[in-house]
Design a protein. Structure first.
Length: 101
């Protein structure tokens, strides 16, 4: 890990995505344990993108939460969604919308 001129640690987006996935191990709720969120948006980092000819699957790690969204390939391209970028997943009913931050 590198440091900037002020002594702060610096890590690239891909490395940060790998770090977030490693930290996620064991953070998911235990079956039968109830967890809830008071907000409907989850800011996080993109940890995986799977792209097909028409559709794409995007995974976002937001703290202990892993969110997966299916959206068009065109939307992924237009938003510049890639592993390591920050994004916000917005949840309404069964739909997850992603905003690039």
């Amino acid at each position: 890990m590198e440091r900037d001129g002020s002594g702060n640690r610096v890590i690239d987006g891909v490395g940060l995505a790998a770090f977030a996935k490693d930290r996620d191990a064991g953070l998911h709720p235990v079956p039968g344990e109830t967890r809830t969120s008071v907000r409907c948006s989850f800011a996080g980092i993109v940890t995986a993108v799977t792209v097909d000819d028409i559709v794409a699957q995007v995974e976002i790690q937001s703290g202990p939460h892993r969110l997966v969204s299916l959206l068009s390939r065109e939307a992924v391209d237009e938003l510049g969604i890639a592993v390591g970028v920050t994004a916000t997943a917005r949840v309404k009913s069964t739909n997850v919308h992603i905003d690039r931050t």
